[in-house]
Design a protein around this ligand. Structure first.
Ligand code: HEM
Length: 427
């Protein structure tokens, strides 16, 4: 089986941006959702029609209640290959208005994030059974050890670093290695390839080649786990007590591995780096957290709400004509769900535009989505955020930006918002 025959490489999970650029641009505070979305909310209400340059259009859902309704409505499909308009567009095609005849995104056997029930339910059920309390506890300990190693390496290299490459990208990548049971000797290769797929300084060809190589890597890992199972999630999916019935095929297992990497790496990495940036730019919030470390869990929920890094999706396709927020959406149309604006809805939170780590802990935000596709890795992400942030601010005294805040390159051009790099220094 060749990667190109059966699957779309990792870039396909992360590379699509079905919105015109102005809907993602941040002209004021880097942490605030794009102003154009709020303008649209004011002018058209919480469900608005956004024209694309190729003549197609998408519906942008911005209000809290409307987002909650849309994201849990199974008449809105996650099977984005159904749509041959907006979802087939690359960023460049959205900008220039050119439109390809065929979508180049293929949904494959195990990419359950792009599936609807009952296919989605079958895979989600087996995956959920693998996110056991025992496995999460063991991972918690490994997250501490990996964090410790990364910070020690940063300290060993001096008193400055790019927090994105030296820490934020590395931590979730190594945690996914733990989850999937990637052998230690292969981790550098795994990490290097997954970093290439996420770095826009690489050409699309380099990203694509690295994505295919990762798929091949995952394929070899699945073959190895069939022969010699371990205590990891891939082995559990193959042979554990809770393994799927009928058993998962190799193609499904490979895609599940790739999906976990795609869904859990870029999101967590950007939440980590952006959270550090946001706390450094809100010193009074950092001070409140330092004064009362028991605020950490509430602070993480607040950072998830305030930053909402999944900023250009989830995306859905209407399977039938539906009415959402009083607006008629015809069957076949693309619906883009705006989590950042929903998580700043004034009807849901007082002063939603303020980062306030002392807010009562509230998990009603939708940074992890909502409904049947709600994030499977959210507990793991919370552990990585908690351990990562606490250790960075404890072990790197005087942690500060090493460049003016206005010069930090923002990922407005990517599906997952964050920073491309974060130069930092410490004492
Ligand atoms: C801060 C970090 C993270 C954020 C903000 C985030 C966000 C999200 C969101 C918004 C969705 C819903 C997608 C949809 O409705 O179409 C989602 C789904 C998912 N996430 Fe996460 N995620 C994070 C970390 C992780 C981690 C660490 C993992 C696993 C290791 C993970 C695995 C998944 C999977 C497998 C799904 C698909 C679930 C399904 O389709 O049933 N995520 N995530």
């Amino acid at each position: 089986m060749k990667a190109t025959e059966t699957t779309a490489p990792i870039g396909s999970l992360t590379g699509r941006r079905p919105l015109p650029p102005e809907m993602s641009e941040r002209t004021g505070c880097p942490f605030d959702p794009p102003a154009a979305r709020f303008r649209l909310l004011e002018e058209q209400g919480p469900v608005a029609k956004v024209p694309l340059l190729n003549g197609a259009h998408v519906w942008l859902v911005t209000g809290y209640q409307e987002v909650r309704n849309a994201i849990s409505d199974i008449r809105l499909s996650s099977d984005v290959v159904r749509n041959t308009n907006a979802m087939s567009l690359t960023s460049e095609q959205v900008t220039t208005g050119s439109c390809p005849a065929q979508p180049d995104l293929q949904r494959t056997d195990g990419m359950f994030i792009f599936m609807d029930p009952p296919e989605h339910s079958r895979l989600r059920k087996v995956l959920t059974s693998q996110f056991t309390v025992r496995r999460m506890r063991a991972l918690d300990q490994r997250v501490h050890e990996i964090t410790d190693e990364l910070i020690t390496a940063m300290q060993g290299a001096g008193t400055t670093a790019d927090l994105v490459t030296d820490f934020a990208l590395a931590l979730p990548s190594l945690v996914i290695c733990e989850l999937l049971g990637v052998p230690y000797e292969d981790r550098a290769e795994f990490q290097e390839r997954s970093a290439i797929t996420l770095n826009i300084n690489n050409t699309p060809e380099q990203q694509r080649d690295a994505g295919i190589a990762l798929w091949e890597f995952m394929r070899n890992l699945v073959i190895a786990k069939r022969t010699a199972p371990g205590d990891d999630m891939l082995s559990g999916l193959i042979s554990g007590e809770l393994a799927a019935d009928p058993p998962l095929t190799d193609a499904e297992l490979i895609d599940i591995g790739v999906t976990l990497l795609g869904a859990g790496h870029e999101t967590t990495a950007n939440m980590l780096a952006l959270s550090v940036f946001a706390l450094l730019e809100h010193p009074e919030q950092l001070a409140a957290l330092r004064n009362d470390p028991t605020l950490i869990d509430a602070a993480i929920e607040e950072l998830l709400r305030y930053l909402s890094v999944s900023h250009t999706g989830p995306t859905r396709i209407a399977l039938e004509d539906i009415t959402l927020g009083g607006v008629e959406i015809p069957a076949g149309d693309t619906v883009v769900i705006s989590l950042p604006t929903a998580n700043r809805d004034e009807e849901r939170w007082p002063e939603p535009g303020q980062l306030d780590v002392t807010r009562p802990r509230d998990t009603g935000h939708m940074a992890f989505g909502y409904g049947i596709h709600q994030c499977l890795g959210q507990q793991l992400a919370r552990v990585e955020l908690r351990v990562g942030l606490v250790e960075l601010f404890t072990r790197l005294p005087g942690l500060r930006l090493a460049a003016p805040a206005a010069e930090i390159p923002l990922r407005t051009d990517m599906v997952v918002f964050g920073v491309h790099s974060l130069p930092v220094a410490w004492d």
